[in-house]
Design a protein around this ligand. Structure first.
Ligand SMILES: [Zn+2]
Length: 252
């Protein structure tokens, strides 16, 4: 018992020492702010919710959600099923930050498809095993040309069609939260699609250290390395799961 308590203390200390400030706007690179095609980001206002009352209860595959936050509508992205745009405050904020930061850095990309988060009270929803406790989100990818049927449907990514630069930005914006309380726990993306983004990033001055932190690729699709892991049927979107907040004691 005492050993367990010691381990718990060490773990909580580790979490605190790794915690970083949520906001990262000051270091953000501003790209092409003068281009006439620049999209005005009008969605930076967050819907008011009572802070710190949201609760993720149980596990992503057997859980529910109370006092949720809701991903606001915004320019540059389409929430495919608004009734499934609920999550914990962390989930909603991290998704919103990642998407708006990416759209700001890549003002000419096509509209982004936002898939399901959770239902307002969580619980089982069709087409998903998880997404029950407000900690999961499915996000579409960026393509060189907007695929037919997108953003109503996701589109399979290939070396030929993927906009690897914008997709890398989106993946990194999500993955870099993994050191925070309530940040990304794991992300699911097809191994071959990881490879497309990895090769692009490696050729564009992204450090080996950062790539190792983000991707399982090239260590094999069963390797337990990186925030982003292979999962079947994830070659057309990325699934991100966020960690339980320390304060959220019913969250598993
Ligand atoms: Zn999913």
């Amino acid at each position: 018992m005492r050993m367990f308590a010691l381990v718990a203390v060490i773990l909580s200390l580790a979490t605190v020492s790794e915690a970083r400030p949520r906001r990262h706007g000051s270091t953000k690179k501003r790209v092409a702010v003068d281009t006439p095609a620049r999209r005005e980001i009008t969605s930076t206002k967050r819907e008011p919710t009572v802070r710190n009352r949201d609760r993720s209860i149980g596990a992503p595959w057997s859980g529910r959600l109370t006092a949720p936050a809701r991903l606001p509508r915004g320019e540059g992205y389409v929430i495919r099923r608004p009734a499934r745009a609920f999550g914990t405050r962390d989930t909603v904020d991290h998704v919103h930050d990642a998407v708006t930061n990416t759209l700001e850095a890549f003002p000419k990309v096509h509209v982004l498809a936002i898939g399901d988060l959770s239902a307002e009270s969580g619980g089982q929803i069709t087409e998903h095993h998880s997404h029950q406790s407000g900690r999961d989100a499915d996000l579409g990818l960026f393509y060189k040309t907007k695929p037919a049927g997108y953003p109503a449907s996701f589109a399979r990514a290939t070396e030929a069609n993927l906009d690897a630069a914008a997709t890398w930005k989106l993946v990194w914006e999500l993955a870099k939260t993994s050191t925070e309380d309530g940040g990304a726990q794991i992300m699911f993306l097809d191994y071959n699609v990881q490879g497309i983004i990895y090769r692009w990033a490696k050729g564009h001055d992204v450090s080996a250290k950062r790539l190792d932190r983000v991707f399982q690729y090239p260590n094999g699709r069963d390797s337990a390395t990186g925030v982003v892991r292979h999962f079947p049927n994830h070659d057309n979107h990325v699934h991100v799961r966020f960690k339980c907040r320390d304060r959220d004691t019913s969250c598993r």
